[in-house]
Design a protein around this ligand. Structure first.
Ligand code: FAD
Ligand code: AMP
Length: 475
């Protein structure tokens, strides 16, 4: 007999485990199934985000930033260090420790909330029956539920003629685990993941070349931000080649030979390691039995409505396997909203106020519309901006690059978008998300008291500038 639950969640990433905990908090009998195993074959809930995504990449970004500052920035503070070195295995072990701590924490949270955890692969059948194939190869377990939440996440996109071997040609998993600093690192795709992981190894001494098929750099960001970012990253030594379409790669004698096509024709490039970071696609392999009743879109996403309901009654889907940005916080918010809807509570996700962050140095963060989107829509708006070079705290801290830009409706003054390139942009954007969530105006930001000296004063000044009354810059 199948064990009966109120809610079964398939997938234990930031979408799945968060929805399972929220469902359990709401008094629902909940199970969570996740198939991810660590190197020892043990369960490691937390999905891509905790195991091979957000967290390990940030751990390495922080380590490599320290090393970079030590070599390039500390002397200006009068600090000198002899023989600075980087021990890659120690850095990787620290990152692994952070991951272990957090995935262990998720296990404890699931347990503490009395979520039944199954380490294995879940498959949805008709009538919300779920079969679990245990990761240890044991006999399949049958479960059923009133509601099933699909949170199976995503996997890296592969491109033709570039075979990831995990050693010379890697995806995010391999690039988070190099055992030495590659002399030359090629990166296919100058998107978020390519820039972050490219930055890690560049700061440690790799010569990094990013090959990007599109003619524009960071096309989804506001043009003012992407222009400044391109300049800064170039100064840091990241070699970004735009309009460069990779056609194939092969490993020979310990080198990766890459064929690239650009406006000048085909050319060959040789690297010690090659990172393939050309985007991610929804992962639904083996998830749905033929009779599950769940429809996929032609892009392979699980088809859902605005409330995350799939085409099968009582079956919901969230996170990277559905439409919308592939971001951990978007997955988690959807997870909580679905749990609340199942428990009969109201819930709604505002996709317009999902913040985006690229954890380069300086960081890039934005929320809402870019100026080019507003222009294309024929919107009437005003823009204000403020450079960190005129912010006391940024200068004191030694990071004057970048700026804050605010876009607001010309008539109502409602904030339509905020774009930040600068130190701690990932934290500064939170205030702007709150303002937009409350349908705030640039005048609201201009009238809020910001502590001095802080980087957040740049947000304040950008709001003042929008109305022609910035204090610390010409208007
Ligand atoms: P996942 O995290 O992919 O989790 C899905 C889980 O379900 C996995 O454990 C998978 O093994 C399991 N699963 C799949 N199918 C089944 C099945 N049939 N049965 C059982 N289990 C199954 N996002 C950010 O917001 N900020 C960042 O800084 C950031 N950095 C990133 C850096 C990198 C290198 C990468 C690769 C991604 C990054 N992301 C970041 C994206 C983020 O990781 C994803 O958006 C997020 O993990 C999506 O969560 P999810 O729960 O939908 O899916
Ligand atoms: P993201 O989705 O943010 O990870 O970005 C992935 C990037 O990879 C996009 O900017 C794509 O244009 C780029 N890309 C995809 N295929 C190729 C290719 N064959 N060669 C170079 N760049 C590519």
């Amino acid at each position: 007999m199948a064990e009966k639950f109120d809610v079964i969640v398939i997938g234990g990433g930031p979408g799945g485990y968060v929805s399972a905990i929220r469902a359990a908090q709401l008094g629902l009998k909940t199970a969570c199934i996740d198939m991810y195993s660590d190197r020892d074959g043990k369960a490691s809930p937390g999905g891509t985000c905790l195991n091979v995504g957000c967290i390990p990449s940030k751990a390495l970004l922080d380590s490599s930033k320290h090393f970079h500052h030590l070599q390039h920035d500390f002397s200006a503070h009068g600090i000198s260090v002899k023989d600075a070195g980087i021990d890659v295995p120690t850095m990787i072990a620290r990152k692994d420790g952070v991951v272990k701590k957090l995935t262990g924490g998720v296990s404890q949270l699931l347990k503490g909330n009395k979520v039944a955890f199954y380490h294995g692969k879940g498959r949805l059948k008709a009538g919300r029956q779920v079969e679990v194939s245990p990761a240890d190869g044991g006999e399949a377990v049958q479960l059923e539920a009133d509601n099933v939440i699909l949170a199976s996440g995503s996997v890296p996109i592969q491109i033709p003629n570039v075979a990831v071997d995990g050693e010379f040609i890697v995806d995010n998993v391999g690039a988070l685990d190099f055992d030495h600093v590659p002399e030359n690192l090629g990166v296919i795709g100058a998107g978020v993941i390519g820039l972050e992981l490219g930055s890690v190894w560049s700061r440690l001494g790799s010569k990094v070349t990013l090959l990007e098929a599109l003619p524009d750099f960071l096309a989804m960001a506001d043009k003012d931000v992407s222009k400044q970012a391109a300049r800064e990253f170039k100064k840091q030594g990241l070699d970004v080649r735009l309009g460069a379409m990779v056609k194939g790669a092969e490993v020979s004698k310990g080198k990766v030979n890459v064929t690239v096509e650009d406006a000048k024709g085909a050319s060959k490039h040789s690297f010690d390691r090659l990172l393939v970071s050309v985007g991610r696609k929804p992962y639904t392999d083996g998830l749905l039995a033929e009779d599950s009743g769940v429809r996929l879109t032609d892009r392979g996403q699980i088809d859902v409505d605005a409330q995350s309901k799939t085409s099968a009654p009582g079956v919901w889907a969230i996170g990277d396997c559905v439409r919308g940005p592939m971001l951990a916080h978007k997955a988690s918010e959807e997870g909580m909203a679905v749990a609340e809807l199942i428990a009969g509570k109201p819930a709604h996700i505002h996709f317009d106020t999902v913040p985006w962050v690229v954890y380069t140095d300086p960081e890039i963060a934005w929320v809402g519309k870019t100026e080019q989107e507003l222009e294309a829509a024929g919107a009437s708006y005003r823009a204000g901006s403020f450079p960190f070079a005129a912010n006391g705290r940024a200068l004191a801290g030694g990071h004057p690059a970048g700026m804050v830009k605010i876009l607001a409706d010309s008539e109502t003054d409602e904030i339509l978008g905020v774009h930040i390139f600068g130190a701690n942009a990932s934290e500064l954007i939170a205030e702007c998300v709150v303002a937009m969530e409350f349908q705030g105006s640039s005048e609201d930001l201009a009238r809020i008291i910001h502590a001095h000296p802080t980087l957040s004063e740049a947000v304040h000044e950008a709001a003042l500038h929008l109305d022609g009354r910035a204090i610390h810059r010409g208007n």
